[in-house]
Design a protein around this ligand. Structure first.
Ligand code: SAH
Ligand code: SF4
Length: 347
């Protein structure tokens, strides 16, 4: 019988599994501390668990770890890590140094099925969902590579659509925030979605982590042309779900807005965005398009980006322009999946 990857289980599920094996539930807390705080890779090292229990655990479970296949470091010290998974898929995480902290950008899927026209991950298509262990394993591996680095923020903005892998994303956040796990505050974790409305509604009820929404356009025709998912959940439905977030959570959502030359970078779009934001006190993060080999879209001129930002700021909207990190190593937003795997064809 195949063994279960123990890192796929949030603490409640581990407690139930242990009970079924006749072990006390409190062992789950001890095991969590061994796995996530002491980072052991063998049940034999869990010395406060009885010997027979350790043997039983080793019969039932395994403790695999993600292996870094390639690391590239950019001029600004942004580091892109590529992991090779057991089935041959590859995923990437990006470690972004900020002034006072570091942010880790993690993947939730190998590829993405939503097929946004500007995104290299989407252009390359979908392989599969990541397991919980593969999501938290990115954090574990990057932490181990960078001891002493204040890796204080986690963003689910790597490859894939977190809400298309909803359960595993929430379980991974559970382990990241567990006091026996990585002990992150929910406020330091942000999940970004292209706008899967049913999951946004669930997330509002079920998670305390921050939400970012890739808005990218204010008109349905433009948005559907860029993001096919908009045909299923058009802007009206999306914004209605987000209003709910605001009333229930009183929190801030970040709208991400990828600016593409001659698509959505004109001032008319800024005016429309400001109108929408009258109803929501949301933040806007402008991301000038990062060019890549998968599409002919172009980055807008800097003046356009500045004019867009100034219009929003003059209408009292909190708006930042995301500085591009790691573009030369293809680690910037939307460039993940850029490393060509041998035998794989460019689409
Ligand atoms: N699937 C989720 C999480 C991935 S986040 C989502 O789409 O929100 C990836 C972010 O990078 C999204 O905000 C997306 O709009 C943006 N992005 C994708 N391709 C890009 C590119 N080529 N240049 C700049 N931003 C891009
Ligand atoms: Fe998927 Fe997000 Fe890329 Fe769209 S932008 S294809 S949802 S990863």
């Amino acid at each position: 019988m195949a063994k279960t990857d123990i890192k796929n289980l949030p603490i409640k599920e581990l407690e139930s599994a242990l009970k079924r094996l006749g072990m006390p539930a409190y062992n789950a807390r001890q095991i969590f501390i061994w796995l996530y705080k002491n980072r052991v890779s063998d049940f034999e090292q869990m010395t406060n668990i009885s010997r027979p229990s350790r043997r039983l655990l080793a019969e039932q479970f395994e403790i695999p770890a993600l292996k870094i296949r390639e690391k590239k470091v950019g001029r600004d010290h942004t580091a892109k890590y590529q992991f090779g998974l057991q089935d041959g898929s590859a995923i990437e995480s990006v470690l972004i140094p900020m002034t006072r902290w570091h942010t880790l950008c993690v993947s939730t899927q190998a590829g993405c099925a939503l097929g946004c026209k500007f995104c290299l991950t989407g252009i390359k298509g979908f392989k599969r969902n990541l397991s919980v262990s593969e999501i938290t394993g990115q954090l574990a591996a990057v932490m181990a590579e960078n001891p002493g680095t204040p890796l204080s923020h986690i963003v689910f903005m790597g490859m894939g659509e977190p809400f298309a892998n909803y359960d595993n994303t929430l379980k991974a956040i559970d382990i990241m925030t567990s006091e026996y796990g990585y002990q992150y505050s929910h406020r330091r974790i942000t999940v970004s979605t292209a706008g899967l409305v049913p999951q946004i509604k669930r997330f509002i009820q079920e998670s305390k982590a921050n939400l970012a929404v890739s808005l990218n356009a204010l008109y349905d025709d433009t948005r559907t042309a860029l993001m096919p998912i908009n045909a299923t959940y058009p802007l009206k439905q999306l914004t209605a779900a987000l209003k709910d977030y605001h009333t229930k959570r009183r929190g801030w959502i970040t709208f991400e807005y990828v600016m593409i030359r001659d698509m959505n970078d004109g001032i008319a779009h800024a005016i429309q965005l400001a109108k929408l934001l009258k109803e929501f006190p949301f933040k806007v993060n402008l991301i000038p398009f990062n060019e890549h080999w998968g599409t002919g879209y172009k980055r807008p001129d800097e003046e356009h980006v500045r004019a867009f930002q100034e219009y929003l700021v003059s209408h009292t909207i909190a708006c930042t322009v995301r500085t591009t990190h790691g573009e030369e190593i293809e680690a910037a937003c939307g460039q993940l999946g850029g490393i060509k795997i041998p035998g794989e064809e460019e689409k």
